[in-house]
Design a protein around this ligand. Structure first.
Ligand SMILES: Cc1cc2nc3c(=O)[nH]c(=O)nc-3n(C[C@H](O)[C@H](O)[C@H](O)COP(=O)(O)OP(=O)(O)OC[C@H]3O[C@@H](n4cnc5c(N)ncnc54)[C@H](O)[C@@H]3O)c2cc1C
Length: 461
């Protein structure tokens, strides 16, 4: 059983030698801080649009070291934020629908780039299943479906599957129904981020690894190896943003943990189904997310320890034994047929959560400072759309992307410690208690404990 080592995905892909660090002070047209999906997609689209652009990327560790190489591998079109909050933008509800349509198209755009650039990341667009395993969860699913319909989303976007139809796809113990959306793909995230980094570097982007940026200011990114001067500096550090001077309360580094089983036997897969490789989540308050991997395993993630005091970060993805045990129990409960193969690897990572749970893509044109992130766990596809948008903003080209309601969105700052730590831990204590009550009871009512948690945290619905 391996713990940490960045992630199973990276161990499977292989972590090669680091690219060289910044050799000394230099100049560029655009300087991108952080080489995860956001930074890499931005560089990719900038370079394609203008091959002459001098782009420098500065990465503290190695490209894909962060959430981009550790995630659940859902290329999901889920909105990284609240419809109601984005609808306060001058474009109102139409702007939100436009953003959602762009996110759906983005799933295909990621697949298109993989095919065009020869990135084999095991991408399969099998859609997304959200299963209910209690009466209360099922009631929430049906309520969500009503909301989708009220927003004008028809069955081509999301539909309800009764227990029997669900079982024809995938047999989850205790599942009573599910919502299904076709707009999601499964991917091996380290293969995707490593492939993308290779493409970007081959296109002439100067990608420096082992080069932490210690401060960002007007036209200047500072590192121990030297300074980079550029008219545009783009901060693409999502869950790591709190470490950058002046950004301590901008994005909360929310922790998420994953486990992966050994390879399942053909007989086990026959019992489970899952031939369509749909991504799988549940409707619990402390929800899980899972995929059938390209190499025949189940990878399953959940919250674990939600947040470390003072916006602390894990050490290369190492996680607490209690979290492994907790996720293992959920896995065995949902998939008894997977029990015999056991677990082979566990790891964690941080994703960025803004105080109002709404992602942003912003460029302050006067200062030349840009940033994108805060995808609240829905960043794999959203970072592609954000990267394309940042590229258009930097190049100042008229575009349908630059008027989307998350562009220029400003979130409030997080509370200082210890309120931040107490709030997040209190929220998850309430959520876990609510899940236990809902799982034990027959009522189809959402527990008041979860409602209290939503109210305190401002989590949108
Ligand atoms: C366990 C887990 C599961 C997830 N599952 C999913 C999922 O299934 N689907 C989904 O859509 N989203 C998921 N997410 C969220 C998604 O992975 C992220 O939103 C997305 O990868 C963010 O990409 P990014 O490039 O903005 O940030 P990151 O990938 O975190 O990249 C930031 C980079 O910046 C570097 N960096 C940090 N500080 C500095 C500095 N000072 N100087 C230079 N470089 C720096 C880091 O080393 C890192 O490489 C998950 C996240 C986690 C942690």
């Amino acid at each position: 059983m391996r713990n940490g080592e960045v992630s199973y995905w990276w161990q499977r892909h292989g972590i090669g030698a680091r690219r060289p660090a910044l050799p000394g002070s230099t100049e560029a047209d655009v300087c991108i801080v952080g080489a995860g999906f956001t930074g890499l997609w931005t560089a990719y689209y900038l370079k394609r649009a203008d091959p002459a652009l001098r782009i420098v990327m500065l990465e503290a560790n190695f490209a894909g070291y962060g959430a981009s190489g550790r995630n659940g591998g859902w290329v999901t079109s889920a909105l990284p934020g609240s419809r109601a909050r984005y609808a306060r933008h001058p474009r109102g509800q139409d702007g939100v629908r436009d953003l959602e349509q762009h996110l759906r198209d983005t799933v295909d755009e990621v697949a298109r780039v993989c095919a065009a650039e020869g990135i084999d990341a095991g991408l399969v667009k099998g859609g997304e299943l959200s299963v209910a395993t209690s009466a209360a969860q099922d009631a929430r699913l049906r309520h969500r479906l009503e909301e989708e319909r009220a927003w004008g989303d028809g069955p081509g976007i999301v539909r309800y599957l009764e227990g029997r139809e669900l079982a024809g796809r995938l047999r989850v113990q205790g599942a009573v129904g599910a919502l299904y959306s076709p707009h999601c793909a499964r991917v091996q995230p380290a293969d995707l981020v490593a492939g993308l980094a290779g493409v970007v570097a081959a296109a002439g982007v100067r990608l420096y690894e082992a080069t932490p940026v210690t401060s960002i200011s007007l036209g200047l990114a500072r590192t121990p190896a030297g300074d980079v001067r550029a008219p545009y500096i783009l901060r693409c550090t999502e869950g790591f943003t709190a470490d950058i001077p002046g950004q301590h309360r901008t994005l909360l580094p929310m922790n998420s943990a994953m486990i992966v089983t050994g390879p399942l036997s053909d007989e086990a897969w026959q019992r489970i189904g899952w031939d369509g490789c749909e991504t799988l989540g549940d409707e619990a308050h402390a929800y899980i997310y899972a995929q059938r991997t390209a190499d025949g395993r189940i990878a399953l993630g959940g919250r674990g320890i939600p947040y470390r005091f003072g916006s602390g970060i894990d050490h290369d993805g190492a996680i607490a034994p209690s979290t492994i045990a907790q996720l293992g129990r959920i896995l065995r409960r949902m998939f008894p047929a997977a029990t015999p193969v056991g677990l082979e690897h566990a790891w964690c990572g941080v994703l960025g959560v803004p105080r109002d749970w709404c992602a942003t893509v912003t460029l302050d044109t006067r200062a030349g400072l840009g940033w994108a992130g805060g995808y609240t766990g829905h960043g794999v596809a959203a970072s592609n759309l954000a990267g394309r948008t940042l590229a258009d903003l930097v190049r100042a080209v008229p575009s349908t992307l630059t008027t989307l309601p998350w562009v220029g969105h400003r979130s409030p700052r997080w509370e200082p410690e210890p309120a931040r730590w107490a709030g997040v831990h209190g929220l998850y204590a309430l959520y876990r208690a609510a899940d236990r009550l809902e799982g034990a009871g027959r009522s189809d009512r959402t527990s008041v404990l979860a409602k209290a948690g939503d109210l305190i945290s401002g989590i949108p619905h």
